[in-house]
Design a protein around this ligand. Structure first.
Ligand SMILES: NC(=O)C1=CN([C@@H]2O[C@H](COP(=O)(O)OP(=O)(O)OC[C@H]3O[C@@H](n4cnc5c(N)ncnc54)[C@H](OP(=O)(O)O)[C@@H]3O)[C@@H](O)[C@H]2O)C=CC1
Ligand SMILES: O=C(O)CCC(=O)C(=O)O
Length: 448
């Protein structure tokens, strides 16, 4: 057994022993470490300096009680988290997720992934993630506000514009960020860039709302270009109907694709004539209803219960933009059997290891999340820059920078894949390129 495999096995054993019952965290670490073999062989100094043992242990994990009072006057208690994983290359940066499925393992997998994603952006941001098992669905604005204020009353002491800068993720959009920012300001008296994804009237950046979805399409465009293909004329399916999904559909349509399906956690809509995005925006961004309501506006479309069925629809391009492990081996097999050409991940870790293997074995072009969805956090870093400079760029300026960042990430990842002997394997390329920068920064800063 090679030296690199031995270290990987040792580190994975530690990860499993020290973090029991956290399968998503194990999965995320395993995927990165499996890719790192050639990089470790080339850099034995990283092993000697304990980089691999240090990089799997978060700098800090904060867990706290979040009490709040609902509209009936009853006391509710949720659990809040912030995992500050690694700040070798900049202040911790990453979203907050409010969803009933949130637990420490999910926070850790997301914060671990974020560390390497943020490294790929080329911008000075470290990795963190947080959230709560609070479910904003069905709650009144008043309840969401009281929850956010309580959450921030603890979180404020752990974050800061140069320390840790949260943003949105599942269940956290502009409404939640507004309430949290307001409470942070009230407690600290500071008016600074402690959050990104802020509203445009109080320091937000034009283009941040669109950035993850648009960035995904810019990355996909580069992936296809390399193979002499374009997005125009392709049939696309997009899972989810939240922030990432909506703006992925918008850019796909602008680039001439026909998007025929979207979903939420209850089911999916299939509209063979092409999804009417204004209807989806109205249902999801304004009315906060289920995707099922789409067929009330467009009777030619069909609604099907169960979100997984979306992967049975024939398409050229699949963009998972909902949540982790939403494409399993079986769903990947269906996409392949239907002739899918490319898959690019808008969500974090949406494909299981079996699904990734199925895509790779069948030569499907595959854009891994760390690289393909990095446009959101990259634009958050642009928001931080604008806040520091006390200025605001135009939408066109931000969008042009985003596009440039996504093209650069694609080139960096595909070059790393080539250099380390895995041509076209963007999973390996992204993991190695993301890791090397963090590892080098850790080496330079000593044993900390
Ligand atoms: N926002 C951002 O900038 C970035 C987000 N991401 C990732 O993209 C994904 C989507 O995030 P975002 O669009 O911001 O979140 P939103 O809350 O705006 O939307 C999430 C969408 O995914 C669906 N969904 C959530 N959980 C599940 C589940 N367990 N099963 C099926 N569907 C589910 C939701 O359906 P329902 O309404 O029924 O819950 C909703 O349609 C996440 O993986 C996130 O980590 C990655 C990079 C940046
Ligand atoms: O914009 C950010 O800081 C975080 C975005 C995010 O949550 C992600 O990249 O997964």
């Amino acid at each position: 057994m090679g030296m690199s495999q031995q270290v990987i096995d040792e580190v994975m054993e530690i990860v499993k022993k020290r973090n029991p019952n956290e399968p998503e965290f194990h999965q995320a670490v395993m995927e990165v470490f499996e890719s790192l073999k050639p990089a470790i062989e080339k850099h034995p100094e990283f092993v000697e300096a304990g980089i691999l043992h240090r990089i799997i242990e978060p700098d800090r994990q904060v867990i706290f009680r979040v009490p709040w009072v609902d509209d009936q006057g009853r006391v509710q208690v949720n659990r809040g988290y912030r995992v500050q994983f690694n700040n070798a290359i900049g202040p911790y940066k990453g979203g907050l997720r409010f969803h009933p499925s949130v637990n420490l393992g999910i926070m850790k997998f997301l914060a671990f992934e974020q560390t390497f994603k943020n490294s790929l952006t080329g911008l000075p941001i470290g990795g963190g993630k947080g959230g709560s098992d609070f479910d904003p669905k069905g709650k009144s604005d008043g309840e969401v506000m009281r929850f956010c204020q309580s959450f921030m009353t603890e979180l404020y002491r752990h974050v800061g514009a140069d320390v840790d800068v949260p943003a949105g993720d599942i269940g956290v959009g502009s409404r939640e960020i507004g309430y949290m920012y307001g409470q942070y300001k009230r407690i600290t008296t500071l008016y600074n860039g402690v959050f990104t994804g802020k509203g445009l009237t109080y320091g937000g950046s034009l283009g941040r709302k669109e950035a993850t979805g648009y960035g995904l399409l810019y990355f996909l465009e580069e992936m296809l270009k390399e193979k002499g293909q374009t997005i125009a004329g392709k049939t696309v399916i997009v899972s989810g109907s939240g922030n990432v999904a909506i703006y992925a559909v918008e850019k796909a349509q602008q680039l001439g694709a026909r998007v025929v399906a979207m979903s939420d956690s209850n089911g999916y809509v299939y509209d063979p004539e092409g999804i009417k995005l204004n209807t989806v925006k109205q249902i999801k961004e304004i009315e906060r209803k289920r995707i099922k309501a789409y067929v009330e506006h467009h009777p030619s479309a069909q609604y099907h219960e169960g979100s997984k069925g979306i992967w049975s629809i024939k398409c050229d391009i699949a963009l998972p933009c909902a949540t982790q492990n939403e494409i399993d081996g079986e769903s990947a097999g269906k996409l392949v059997a239907n002739g899918v050409l490319a898959v690019a991940e808008g969500a974090n870790m949406p494909s299981t290891p079996e699904a990734i293997k199925t895509f790779q074995d069948n030569k499907v072009l595959f854009g891994p999340a760390k690289a393909a969805n990095a446009g959101g956090v990259a634009t958050s870093a642009l928001e931080m820059s604008q806040n520091s400079m006390r200025c605001s760029w135009t939408f066109e300026e931000v969008d042009a920078r985003l596009k440039n960042i996504m093209v650069t990430i694609y080139r960096q990842v595909s070059r790393a894949a080539r250099e380390y002997g895995c041509e076209d394997d963007l999973v390996t390329g992204a993991n190695i390129a993301g890791f090397l920068k963090v590892a080098e920064a850790m080496m330079a800063q000593g044993i900390v």
